[in-house]
Design a protein around this ligand. Structure first.
Ligand SMILES: *[C@@H]1O[C@H](CO)[C@@H](O)[C@H](O)[C@H]1NC(C)=O
Ligand SMILES: *[C@@H]1O[C@H](CO)[C@@H](O)[C@H](O)[C@H]1NC(C)=O
Ligand SMILES: *[C@@H]1O[C@H](CO)[C@@H](O)[C@H](O)[C@H]1NC(C)=O
Ligand SMILES: *[C@@H]1O[C@H](CO)[C@@H](O)[C@H](O)[C@H]1NC(C)=O
Length: 563
């Protein structure tokens, strides 16, 4: 009855209905419909053999109009807007009000160089959108139910729904990790896409990560977004929904994997304007620095270097050893020698940025605290026959902002964020299991001369003033909360395919909400408290301040270190 009325209304008002409008909707139901408010109702049909529905209507209202979707009789509880002049929606998701919503961005300090060698976010890492990944096939079913038994699987079909496009990959090599948590992690190697090239713009090794110990599960994303803004080689991430066989699996962080050709090709040899990567025929060596990896010169001691995992078969330690020898021989007091070293051997600028971030976030699973979780890469384009230009790249940022700071690393309890970085220079370590004795890069490129030390400080202070303070940080991260809160609610609304009964910690929706500034079990600081304590301590020590600082240092304040 209602339907008929609407139809006749459409006839009657025919003259005003005169443009084409295309609708695309991701849905797991079986009957999908579109209702134009004060207009017609339309059936959507499947656009692929999966979960994308759509239609093009030829009688859409001329101006801006409202609409909503109906799945199996269930209406969306809000109205969407189709703007005047638009011809199509993006790939919309049933029940998600904002298909696109820009997150606020961290402010790059003015004098910081940008990193222009990356292909950039591209559509894959466009975080104004929340992609959906749908994994199907009988292997997927087994893999998701029992990731321990089917740890390595060739998944039949993985479909990525991005903002405007859809890509399907078949026979995807996948492995499961961290299955002490129900929401285990997945690494995928994608093959060829519909254009016959690898992955997305050459990015083909991707992880679906979860921060099981991070109550808000956003630390990796926040860290990654900051370091990209700082101008350094940095992994990209985006939050996405993952489903298998039309069933929910979780709200994950889709992320690049640093020690891979996939990352180096697209992060060092990319053109952000075109999204195209043009790596040299033979790229350099990528070393994965696992716990204990440091840079002392040990002439014939391959054992010392063996904690640097090699990532390809034709690799050796020769260049790494040559690098450590060059570090040892460098006299950092000689400005000319230092400048030449920076050009030929090591990018100190991006290294300083990386160390500032490790210190600020208490990134205890990184290089400075435990000589872990970083990669180094030598770029053949900037190398010569006898010199190899290395870059330091940080990775794996879930154990940050206070997460996982156990007794061996933290001997002062809640006061940990107040510890000065100056206590971390020129010291012997071996503080945890297997970390190295020294921090050769820190001692040589930060502590060795007043000039390098000041340079590092300037970098650190610039980050605190622009990003890592309670005002600026909160302003950006609040927008993450707003955007992701409904997704997290969804994430905790179903039983996962694989259930670990006694996982610890076992966070839920409430921990996400409290994790920003409340009390949470298992972490001694909320996210905002961590940033506040760390930045306030630096303020007190060095008399710096930031925009909107409610409690700036007194005029009589004297910096603890002066040059
Ligand atoms: C709408 O699409 C149809 C089919 O592609 C086309 O023939 C028609 O010209 C389009 N109408 C407008 C107003 O663009
Ligand atoms: C995927 O693997 C199956 C079985 O190993 C094989 O039959 C099929 O041809 C493969 N498909 C593609 C697209 O490589
Ligand atoms: C690196 O060198 C190759 C040639 O070996 C060149 O095609 C490419 O453009 C260079 N890339 C950069 C970033 O300089
Ligand atoms: C670190 O040690 C070097 C070499 O002994 C010394 O020159 C430098 O001043 C020290 N740096 C700091 C910050 O103590």
């Amino acid at each position: 009855m209602m339907f008929k009325q609407l139809l006749s209304f459409a006839f009657f008002a025919g003259a005003a209905f005169s443009r084409n409008a295309t609708f695309k909707l991701i849905s797991f139901g079986s009957k999908a419909q579109l209702q134009i408010v004060d207009g017609n109702i339309y059936d959507l049909s499947l656009l692929n053999d999966d979960i994308l529905y759509g239609t093009t209507v030829s009688d859409a209202p001329e101006g801006s109009f409202k609409y909503y979707y109906i799945i199996d009789g269930k209406k969306e509880s809000f109205k969407r807007t189709f703007k005047k002049g638009d011809t199509s929606t993006h790939n919309e998701f049933f029940g998600r009000k904002d298909t696109l919503k820009e997150l606020k961005t961290f402010k790059r300090p003015e004098n910081f160089k940008t990193w222009d060698r990356t292909i950039g976010k591209t559509e894959l890492f466009d975080d104004s959108y929340i992609p959906t990944i749908h994994i199907t096939g009988s292997k997927a079913k087994k893999f998701f139910k029992n990731p321990v038994k089917y740890e390595d699987s060739k998944l039949e079909k993985v479909t990525f729904y991005l903002r405007d496009s859809v890509e399907t990959f078949t026979n995807v090599s996948s492995s499961a990790k961290n299955y002490e948590f129900s929401k285990f992690q997945i690494k995928m190697k994608l093959g060829k896409n519909s254009q016959g090239t690898k992955g997305f713009n050459g990015r083909y090794v991707l992880k679906l990560r979860n921060g099981g110990e991070d109550p808000i599960n956003l630390r990796q994303v926040i860290y990654g977004n900051i370091i990209r803004e700082l101008g350094m080689p940095a992994l990209h991430s985006v939050m996405c929904r993952v489903y298998y066989e039309k069933k929910p699996a979780g709200f994950y962080t889709l992320q690049e994997t640093v020690p891979t050709e996939s990352f180096v090709n697209t992060e060092f040899y990319g053109n952000p304007k075109t999204g195209v990567a043009s790596p040299p025929k033979k790229i350099g060596y990528i070393f994965d620095g696992t716990t204990g990896s440091d840079f002392e010169y040990k002439k014939n001691d391959e054992d010392y270097y063996s904690v640097f995992d090699m990532t390809s078969d034709d690799q050796s330690y020769d260049r790494l050893i040559a690098f450590t020898k060059a570090i040892k021989n460098l006299n950092p007091f000689n400005e000319k020698e230092l400048a030449s070293f920076e050009k030929k051997w090591f990018d100190i600028d991006t290294f300083h940025k990386a160390m500032a971030m490790e210190y600020l976030t208490g990134d205890w699973d990184g290089y400075w605290y435990t000589t872990a979780n970083f990669a180094i890469y030598d770029d053949p384009n900037e190398s010569t026959k006898n010199t190899y230009k290395f870059y330091f790249i940080t990775q794996d940022h879930d154990e940050t902002f206070g997460v996982g700071l156990d007794d061996d690393i933290n001997t002062v309890g809640h006061k940990f964020p107040e510890i000065s970085y100056t206590t971390m220079l020129n010291r012997t370590w071996h503080i945890a299991e297997d970390d190295a004795k020294y921090r050769t890069l820190v001692d040589k490129f930060i502590a060795s001369t007043p000039s390098l030390h000041k340079r590092f400080q300037d970098t650190l202070f610039a980050i605190v003033k622009n990003i890592f303070n309670p005002v600026a940080f909160r302003d950006v991260v609040d927008s993450y909360y707003d955007r992701y809160e409904p997704e997290v609610k969804w994430d905790y609304s179903f039983t996962r395919p694989y259930v670990v009964k006694d996982q610890y910690p076992d966070y839920g929706y409430k921990d996400f909400v409290d994790g920003f500034e409340g009390e949470i079990e298992g972490v001694d600081w909320s996210l905002y408290e961590w940033v506040k304590l760390r930045s306030e301590a630096i303020k007190k020590e060095f008399c710096i301040t930031w925009e909107g600082d409610a409690n700036p240092p007194k005029e009589t304040c004297v910096p603890k270190v002066q040059f």
